[in-house]
Design a protein around this ligand. Sequence first.
Ligand code: MN
Length: 255
Amino acid sequence: MAHVLVSNDDGIFAPGLLALATTMREFGRVTVIGPEENQSANGHRKTLTKPLRVTPVKLAEGIDAYSTDGAPADCIAVALLGLISTPVDLVVSGINRGANLGQDLTYSGTVAAAFEGTIHRKPSIAFSLDNRAHDADYTAAAAVARRIASEVLQRSLPPMTLLSVNVPRLALEQIKGVQITRQGTRVYHDELVARLDPEGRPYYWIGGEAPTGDINLEGSDIWAVHNGFVSVTPIILDMTAHSLIPQLQAWEMAL
Ligand code: MN
């Protein structure tokens, strides 16, 4: 019997969260703690300057669930710092509405919740479905999540690492398989949209088309999902550009 802690960034009542929590019940006990509101693209936020409220919610039979007014990473922190007393064996986040590929990982609240699990030394996995439709079917992605979570529960993960899993928008029998990938290169099409409020003062939206990416970079997460594979990317919380260290040592930075 494992105890799985589940969160997301789309909000406590998102269908992807329910699909993930429900399938994790097969491993044993499930506790859900998710943000009250959509916290997509809120990154790895830690709330230190205001109180965090936790509210018990009814999600599904046999699942303990809470919402908070914090970010996804706050949810995991609150749970693992003592809100829940039963030891946690696995942290999973998602299933996100939309892929988290390439540099999306730096924005993603879904992945940030898994980062937080990793920091608390729990094996952690982020799951995202490459479908932003509000009526998206999470059945295939939930089956993928179950398979990968089962492996992680058996084998664990090294310290400071997590898995970011992206599932293509296909029925389970149409998915071509699983590729172990590296982060690809996202191309963002963000545009600054400036408008005027009723008092004539400008305000701004970050608008523009959805991001694309280099689909031809073989072995990347973007390439895998584009070609109908589940992408499993191992992520490490050491952000050091190791290859740049020798070069920087040759700079003249002595004071
Ligand atoms: Mn999201």
